[in-house]
Design a protein around this ligand. Sequence first.
Ligand SMILES: [Mg+2]
Length: 251
Amino acid sequence: MPTRLDVALIDVGGTLWPNSWPIRNHDAVGRRERIRAAMPDIEAAVVETLADNLIESSRPGDEARSISTENQVSINSPAEVLITGCLGRCGLPSDVDTIRRLRRAMSIPVSDRMRPLPGAPELLAAFHDLGLRNVIASNTYWRDADSYWEDFRLLGMAEHIDAIVTSVDAGHLKPHPAVFEMAMRWAGVPAERCVVIGNREENDVAPALALGMWTILVHPDDPTPIASRAHAVAPDLWTCAEAVKDMLGSR
Ligand SMILES: [Mg+2]
């Protein structure tokens, strides 16, 4: 048992939110408006061509993410590469700032159809009650920490989040340890005072164990796992909160 836990590193897709991301036809309209706002100094016709290009090039990934947020399309083609290609085809330069603005413009905002999984706000509140800090540690395609802050504010969950680290910010997708390492640096604590909460053995549990962190595999939106190396397995987020209480011996 850990003597002390200071930080919970919490995954999002399949953990706090559903695994899949619903896309709708009118999401393209919102993206187009945000792309226009992101490119104020560029001729309107060029911006429309760029928007066509971005939306069309993103279709395979969007469709794959409507089935699972963790998929090969996202892993093999980072958003930056896709955006750079679209800018190039429109004869526009691709500097870091433009790429970031377009990446945020392409994030589909959370909507009435994207609700947190049952018990998600309560889990974050329970961890705060236990004295833990909550750090979101998530693989994303379009979203960086700032986009996620907006989402969590809209969902009324931001008050129980202390920091957000995405694979976009860390530069690598989990299972690469960069996301967890960046979260540890933010928190200023060693691995043995961190507990990772996630729904993927290979992306969440395995890299956390390799770093020497505590682990809980949750499956509120997945089938019951056949086996896990995690310290605890929880079918829902209330059970997960109890598992952390048990770890701390505070029940
Ligand atoms: Mg996940």
